[in-house]
Design a protein around this ligand. Structure first.
Ligand code: MN3
Length: 203
């Protein structure tokens, strides 16, 4: 991994070992996706903000400010950290806890939620992200964003995301995004989603 230039933004450590998510997400994918792509966004962002007022802003502030020379790298840095923290080895399966009740109330059933999220992820054109979010009225929604865009920009509160850039799955699944999305479901860290859901009510 290239050493990042000194700067205000840091690459958070992965919350698990590089092989922890295999075979759904291989260690080789982690090496590139976390070690090259995610790290690269942090490095680029530090280069962009050097000697600028933005160096003292948070990622969330840079994202909320909307389009700027810093937006893409700030959002990609935030999105990837959020993505990794939403996954865990031995996780997946149906949601549990308060978010399970909310999903059932919002989508009718977990199966229906999973079907709709999967359709959004698989059908998204080009690079981007699929998200489960809390809207301003407190209700859940499934949205997709293009390229680096992040729901924080429009005031939504993200609970879960699936990275839809080809770099997220090409090593393990070649161009087969549907297979990657199926595997991604086996890694969803519902404990973390519940934590985010509880925090979203306080914001
Ligand atoms: Mn990515």
């Amino acid at each position: 991994m290239a050493s990042a230039p000194s700067g205000p933004f840091v690459l958070p450590p992965l919350p698990y070992d590089r092989e922890a998510l295999a075979p759904a997400i291989s260690g080789e994918t982690i090496d590139f996706h976390y070690g090259k792509h995610h790290a690269g966004y942090v490095t680029k962002l530090n280069t962009l903000v050097a000697d600028k007022p933005q160096a003292s802003q948070s990622l969330e502030e840079l994202i909320a400010a909307g389009p700027s020379p810093f937006f893409n790298c700030a959002a990609q840095t935030w999105n990837h950290t959020f993505y990794w923290e939403g996954l865990a080895a031995g996780a997946g399966g149906e949601a549990s806890g308060p978010i399970a009740d909310k999903i059932n109330a919002s989508f009718g059933s977990f199966a229906n939620f999973r079907k709709r999220f999967t359709e959004t992820a698989v059908n998204h054109f080009g690079s981007g992200w699929a998200w489960l979010v809390v809207k301003a009225d407190g209700e859940l929604d499934i949205v997709d964003t293009h390229d680096a865009d992040c729901p924080l920009r429009t005031g939504l509160k993200p609970l879960l995301t699936c990275d839809l850039w080809e770099h997220a799955y090409y090593i393990d699944y070649k161009n087969a995004r549907p297979q990657y999305v199926e595997a991604w479901w086996t890694l969803v860290n519902w404990a973390q989603v519940n934590k985010r859901f509880a925090e979203s009510a306080k914001l």
